[in-house]
Design a protein around this ligand. Sequence first.
Ligand code: AMP
Length: 284
Amino acid sequence: MEVVTTIEQVRKQVKSWRQSGYSIGLVPTMGFLHEGHQSLMAAAKKDNQKVIVTIFVNPIQFGPSEDLASYPRDLERDKIACEKMGVDLIFCPSASEMYTAHFNSYVDVNGLTDALCGKKRPGHFKGVCTVVAKLFNITQPNRAYFGQKDAQQLAVIKRMVKDLNFDIDIIGCPIVRESDGLAKSSRNSYLSPNERIAAICLYQAIELANLMIKQGERSVAIIDAAMHSVIAKQPLAKIDYIEFVDQQTLKSVELLEQDSLCALAVFIGKTRLIDNFIYQHQHS
Ligand code: AMP
Protein backbone atom coordinates (compact mmCIF):
# COMPACT_ATOMS: atom_id res chain seq x y z
CA MET A 1 0.00 0.00 0.00
CA GLU A 2 1.25 3.44 -0.91
CA VAL A 3 0.58 6.56 1.12
CA VAL A 4 0.95 9.81 -0.82
CA THR A 5 0.30 13.46 -0.09
CA THR A 6 0.59 15.20 -3.46
CA ILE A 7 -1.74 15.35 -6.44
CA GLU A 8 1.19 14.67 -8.74
CA GLN A 9 1.97 11.36 -6.99
CA VAL A 10 -1.67 10.24 -7.31
CA ARG A 11 -1.80 11.18 -10.99
CA LYS A 12 1.37 9.21 -11.69
CA GLN A 13 0.04 6.07 -10.00
CA VAL A 14 -3.43 6.39 -11.59
CA LYS A 15 -1.88 6.87 -15.04
CA SER A 16 0.13 3.68 -14.73
CA TRP A 17 -2.89 1.72 -13.46
CA ARG A 18 -4.99 3.04 -16.34
CA GLN A 19 -2.28 2.00 -18.82
CA SER A 20 -2.43 -1.51 -17.35
CA GLY A 21 -6.22 -1.50 -17.80
CA TYR A 22 -7.06 -1.65 -14.08
CA SER A 23 -10.42 -0.45 -12.77
CA ILE A 24 -10.27 1.98 -9.87
CA GLY A 25 -12.62 2.36 -6.90
CA LEU A 26 -12.51 5.53 -4.79
CA VAL A 27 -13.55 5.85 -1.14
CA PRO A 28 -13.46 9.50 0.00
CA THR A 29 -13.24 9.94 3.79
CA MET A 30 -12.24 12.42 6.45
CA GLY A 31 -10.31 9.72 8.29
CA PHE A 32 -10.58 8.44 11.87
CA LEU A 33 -11.74 5.32 10.13
CA HIS A 34 -14.27 2.85 11.51
CA GLU A 35 -16.24 -0.16 10.25
CA GLY A 36 -18.56 2.12 8.27
CA HIS A 37 -15.64 3.34 6.18
CA GLN A 38 -14.27 -0.21 6.00
CA SER A 39 -17.54 -1.47 4.53
CA LEU A 40 -17.09 1.04 1.68
CA MET A 41 -13.52 -0.21 1.17
CA ALA A 42 -14.75 -3.81 1.09
CA ALA A 43 -17.35 -2.92 -1.56
CA ALA A 44 -14.72 -1.05 -3.58
CA LYS A 45 -12.32 -3.96 -3.30
CA LYS A 46 -14.96 -6.39 -4.56
CA ASP A 47 -15.81 -4.33 -7.65
CA ASN A 48 -12.42 -2.91 -8.67
CA GLN A 49 -8.85 -4.00 -9.25
CA LYS A 50 -7.39 -1.00 -7.43
CA VAL A 51 -8.78 0.91 -4.44
CA ILE A 52 -7.92 4.47 -3.46
CA VAL A 53 -8.92 5.86 -0.05
CA THR A 54 -8.66 9.60 0.44
CA ILE A 55 -8.26 10.99 3.94
CA PHE A 56 -8.83 14.72 4.05
CA VAL A 57 -10.61 16.84 6.63
CA ASN A 58 -11.95 19.32 4.13
CA PRO A 59 -11.89 22.80 5.68
CA ILE A 60 -14.35 24.36 3.23
CA GLN A 61 -17.23 22.09 4.26
CA PHE A 62 -17.10 23.24 7.90
CA GLY A 63 -18.99 26.32 9.08
CA PRO A 64 -17.18 28.92 11.24
CA SER A 65 -18.73 27.57 14.45
CA GLU A 66 -18.25 23.90 13.56
CA ASP A 67 -15.67 21.34 14.67
CA LEU A 68 -12.90 21.64 12.04
CA ALA A 69 -10.11 22.13 14.60
CA SER A 70 -11.29 19.39 16.95
CA TYR A 71 -12.31 16.86 14.29
CA PRO A 72 -10.66 13.55 15.36
CA ARG A 73 -7.56 12.52 13.43
CA ASP A 74 -5.30 9.44 13.65
CA LEU A 75 -3.46 8.81 10.41
CA GLU A 76 -1.28 6.00 11.77
CA ARG A 77 -4.31 3.99 12.91
CA ASP A 78 -6.07 4.78 9.60
CA LYS A 79 -3.13 3.41 7.63
CA ILE A 80 -3.36 0.11 9.51
CA ALA A 81 -7.13 -0.09 8.85
CA CYS A 82 -6.63 0.54 5.12
CA GLU A 83 -3.76 -1.94 4.86
CA LYS A 84 -5.97 -4.58 6.50
CA MET A 85 -8.70 -3.93 3.93
CA GLY A 86 -6.29 -4.35 1.01
CA VAL A 87 -6.35 -0.70 -0.05
CA ASP A 88 -3.78 0.10 -2.74
CA LEU A 89 -3.30 3.83 -2.25
CA ILE A 90 -4.05 6.36 0.46
CA PHE A 91 -4.14 10.00 -0.62
CA CYS A 92 -3.88 12.26 2.43
CA PRO A 93 -3.12 15.76 1.17
CA SER A 94 -2.59 18.92 3.21
CA ALA A 95 -5.17 21.70 2.95
CA SER A 96 -2.67 23.79 0.96
CA GLU A 97 -2.16 20.95 -1.54
CA MET A 98 -5.91 20.92 -2.23
CA TYR A 99 -6.54 24.66 -2.00
CA THR A 100 -3.69 26.71 -3.43
CA ALA A 101 -3.32 30.41 -2.72
CA HIS A 102 -5.81 31.83 -5.22
CA PHE A 103 -8.31 28.99 -5.18
CA ASN A 104 -11.69 30.35 -6.24
CA SER A 105 -13.80 27.73 -8.05
CA TYR A 106 -16.70 25.92 -6.42
CA VAL A 107 -19.30 23.31 -7.34
CA ASP A 108 -22.73 24.22 -6.05
CA VAL A 109 -25.63 21.80 -6.51
CA ASN A 110 -28.83 23.80 -6.11
CA GLY A 111 -32.20 22.69 -4.79
CA LEU A 112 -31.24 19.43 -3.10
CA THR A 113 -28.90 21.33 -0.81
CA ASP A 114 -31.65 23.62 0.53
CA ALA A 115 -33.26 20.76 2.49
CA LEU A 116 -32.32 18.84 5.67
CA CYS A 117 -28.69 19.46 6.74
CA GLY A 118 -28.30 22.08 3.99
CA LYS A 119 -30.74 24.34 5.86
CA LYS A 120 -28.77 23.95 9.08
CA ARG A 121 -25.25 24.01 7.63
CA PRO A 122 -25.12 26.72 4.96
CA GLY A 123 -22.26 26.19 2.50
CA HIS A 124 -21.61 22.65 3.73
CA PHE A 125 -22.62 20.86 0.53
CA LYS A 126 -20.85 23.42 -1.65
CA GLY A 127 -17.68 22.44 0.22
CA VAL A 128 -18.46 18.73 -0.09
CA CYS A 129 -19.25 18.89 -3.83
CA THR A 130 -16.18 20.98 -4.55
CA VAL A 131 -13.81 18.60 -2.79
CA VAL A 132 -15.48 15.49 -4.22
CA ALA A 133 -15.32 16.92 -7.76
CA LYS A 134 -11.62 17.67 -7.21
CA LEU A 135 -11.01 14.15 -5.84
CA PHE A 136 -12.84 12.68 -8.86
CA ASN A 137 -10.61 14.67 -11.22
CA ILE A 138 -7.45 13.75 -9.32
CA THR A 139 -8.15 10.01 -8.92
CA GLN A 140 -10.20 9.34 -12.10
CA PRO A 141 -12.10 6.39 -10.61
CA ASN A 142 -14.55 4.06 -12.37
CA ARG A 143 -16.66 3.89 -9.23
CA ALA A 144 -16.91 5.91 -6.03
CA TYR A 145 -18.40 4.66 -2.76
CA PHE A 146 -20.50 6.69 -0.32
CA GLY A 147 -22.44 5.70 2.79
CA GLN A 148 -26.21 5.83 3.05
CA LYS A 149 -25.49 7.20 6.54
CA ASP A 150 -25.07 10.59 4.84
CA ALA A 151 -28.22 10.20 2.74
CA GLN A 152 -28.40 13.81 1.58
CA GLN A 153 -24.72 13.80 0.62
CA LEU A 154 -25.33 10.67 -1.48
CA ALA A 155 -28.32 12.27 -3.24
CA VAL A 156 -26.37 15.48 -3.88
CA ILE A 157 -23.31 13.66 -5.24
CA LYS A 158 -25.49 11.57 -7.56
CA ARG A 159 -27.08 14.79 -8.86
CA MET A 160 -23.66 16.42 -9.35
CA VAL A 161 -22.33 13.41 -11.27
CA LYS A 162 -25.36 13.44 -13.58
CA ASP A 163 -25.39 17.21 -14.05
CA LEU A 164 -21.65 17.55 -14.71
CA ASN A 165 -21.27 14.30 -16.70
CA PHE A 166 -18.66 12.63 -14.56
CA ASP A 167 -18.14 9.17 -16.03
CA ILE A 168 -18.22 7.54 -12.58
CA ASP A 169 -20.67 5.10 -11.01
CA ILE A 170 -21.78 6.24 -7.57
CA ILE A 171 -22.36 3.31 -5.26
CA GLY A 172 -24.38 3.83 -2.06
CA CYS A 173 -23.56 1.45 0.82
CA PRO A 174 -25.76 0.55 3.83
CA ILE A 175 -25.37 2.15 7.27
CA VAL A 176 -23.06 0.22 9.60
CA ARG A 177 -24.15 0.35 13.25
CA GLU A 178 -22.80 -0.42 16.70
CA SER A 179 -24.35 -3.47 18.40
CA ASP A 180 -26.90 -1.21 20.19
CA GLY A 181 -27.94 0.44 16.93
CA LEU A 182 -25.98 3.72 17.05
CA ALA A 183 -24.74 4.50 13.54
CA LYS A 184 -20.95 4.39 13.47
CA SER A 185 -19.42 7.84 13.10
CA SER A 186 -16.05 9.45 13.70
CA ARG A 187 -17.95 12.05 15.76
CA ASN A 188 -19.12 9.35 18.22
CA SER A 189 -15.66 9.75 19.76
CA TYR A 190 -16.81 13.14 21.14
CA LEU A 191 -19.47 11.49 23.32
CA SER A 192 -18.94 11.14 27.09
CA PRO A 193 -20.06 7.79 28.58
CA ASN A 194 -23.45 9.27 29.54
CA GLU A 195 -23.88 10.88 26.13
CA ARG A 196 -22.96 7.61 24.47
CA ILE A 197 -25.87 5.95 26.28
CA ALA A 198 -28.19 8.85 25.41
CA ALA A 199 -27.17 8.65 21.74
CA ILE A 200 -29.10 5.40 21.36
CA CYS A 201 -32.29 7.49 21.23
CA LEU A 202 -31.80 8.17 17.49
CA TYR A 203 -31.97 4.47 16.73
CA GLN A 204 -34.78 3.92 19.25
CA ALA A 205 -36.82 6.53 17.35
CA ILE A 206 -36.02 4.79 14.06
CA GLU A 207 -36.99 1.42 15.49
CA LEU A 208 -40.28 2.77 16.79
CA ALA A 209 -41.01 4.31 13.37
CA ASN A 210 -40.27 0.99 11.69
CA LEU A 211 -42.55 -0.83 14.12
CA MET A 212 -45.39 1.62 13.42
CA ILE A 213 -44.80 1.22 9.69
CA LYS A 214 -44.90 -2.56 10.05
CA GLN A 215 -48.25 -2.17 11.80
CA GLY A 216 -49.54 -0.21 8.81
CA GLU A 217 -48.99 3.42 9.80
CA ARG A 218 -48.13 5.66 6.83
CA SER A 219 -48.89 9.13 8.19
CA VAL A 220 -45.73 11.21 8.52
CA ALA A 221 -47.35 13.45 11.16
CA ILE A 222 -48.13 10.49 13.41
CA ILE A 223 -44.76 8.75 12.99
CA ASP A 224 -42.93 12.07 13.38
CA ALA A 225 -44.74 12.81 16.67
CA ALA A 226 -43.85 9.36 18.02
CA MET A 227 -40.19 9.79 17.07
CA HIS A 228 -40.11 13.24 18.71
CA SER A 229 -41.53 11.82 21.93
CA VAL A 230 -38.90 9.03 22.12
CA ILE A 231 -36.08 11.54 21.76
CA ALA A 232 -37.72 14.10 24.06
CA LYS A 233 -37.50 11.56 26.90
CA GLN A 234 -33.73 11.82 26.72
CA PRO A 235 -32.58 14.96 28.62
CA LEU A 236 -29.16 15.09 26.90
CA ALA A 237 -30.75 15.08 23.43
CA LYS A 238 -31.99 18.07 21.46
CA ILE A 239 -33.63 17.50 18.08
CA ASP A 240 -32.20 19.58 15.24
CA TYR A 241 -34.65 18.12 12.75
CA ILE A 242 -36.64 15.03 11.86
CA GLU A 243 -37.85 15.16 8.27
CA PHE A 244 -39.58 12.88 5.81
CA VAL A 245 -38.67 13.44 2.17
CA ASP A 246 -38.45 11.72 -1.17
CA GLN A 247 -35.06 10.00 -1.31
CA GLN A 248 -34.07 11.54 -4.63
CA THR A 249 -35.73 14.97 -4.74
CA LEU A 250 -35.55 15.53 -0.95
CA LYS A 251 -39.00 17.17 -1.17
CA SER A 252 -41.22 16.71 1.90
CA VAL A 253 -43.80 13.94 1.90
CA GLU A 254 -46.89 13.66 4.09
CA LEU A 255 -47.54 9.98 3.53
CA LEU A 256 -44.79 7.41 3.29
CA GLU A 257 -44.29 6.10 -0.20
CA GLN A 258 -41.80 3.67 -1.67
CA ASP A 259 -38.30 5.14 -1.15
CA SER A 260 -39.33 7.87 1.28
CA LEU A 261 -36.38 8.90 3.41
CA CYS A 262 -36.70 9.77 7.08
CA ALA A 263 -33.62 11.76 8.10
CA LEU A 264 -32.84 13.07 11.55
CA ALA A 265 -30.19 15.22 13.17
CA VAL A 266 -29.99 15.32 16.95
CA PHE A 267 -27.60 17.10 19.29
CA ILE A 268 -26.36 14.88 22.11
CA GLY A 269 -24.76 17.48 24.33
CA LYS A 270 -22.67 19.49 21.86
CA THR A 271 -22.27 16.65 19.37
CA ARG A 272 -24.56 16.66 16.36
CA LEU A 273 -25.40 13.14 15.16
CA ILE A 274 -27.32 12.16 12.03
CA ASP A 275 -29.14 9.00 11.11
CA ASN A 276 -31.87 7.91 8.71
CA PHE A 277 -33.91 5.10 7.25
CA ILE A 278 -35.62 4.48 3.95
CA TYR A 279 -39.14 3.18 3.77
CA GLN A 280 -39.41 0.19 1.50
CA HIS A 281 -42.43 -2.04 1.00
CA GLN A 282 -41.88 -5.48 2.46
CA HIS A 283 -43.00 -7.91 -0.19
CA SER A 284 -44.19 -11.11 1.45
P1 AMP B 1 -16.69 10.75 6.67
O1 AMP B 1 -15.30 10.30 6.95
O2 AMP B 1 -17.55 10.85 7.89
O3 AMP B 1 -16.77 11.94 5.76
O4 AMP B 1 -17.37 9.56 5.85
C1 AMP B 1 -16.77 9.06 4.67
C2 AMP B 1 -17.74 8.13 4.01
O5 AMP B 1 -18.05 7.05 4.89
C3 AMP B 1 -19.07 8.79 3.64
O6 AMP B 1 -19.49 8.32 2.37
C4 AMP B 1 -19.99 8.32 4.74
O7 AMP B 1 -21.34 8.27 4.34
C5 AMP B 1 -19.45 6.92 4.99
N1 AMP B 1 -19.85 6.48 6.32
C6 AMP B 1 -19.64 7.12 7.50
N2 AMP B 1 -20.20 6.44 8.52
C7 AMP B 1 -20.81 5.36 7.98
C8 AMP B 1 -21.57 4.27 8.51
N3 AMP B 1 -21.83 4.17 9.80
N4 AMP B 1 -22.03 3.34 7.65
C9 AMP B 1 -21.77 3.43 6.32
N5 AMP B 1 -21.05 4.42 5.75
C10 AMP B 1 -20.57 5.37 6.57
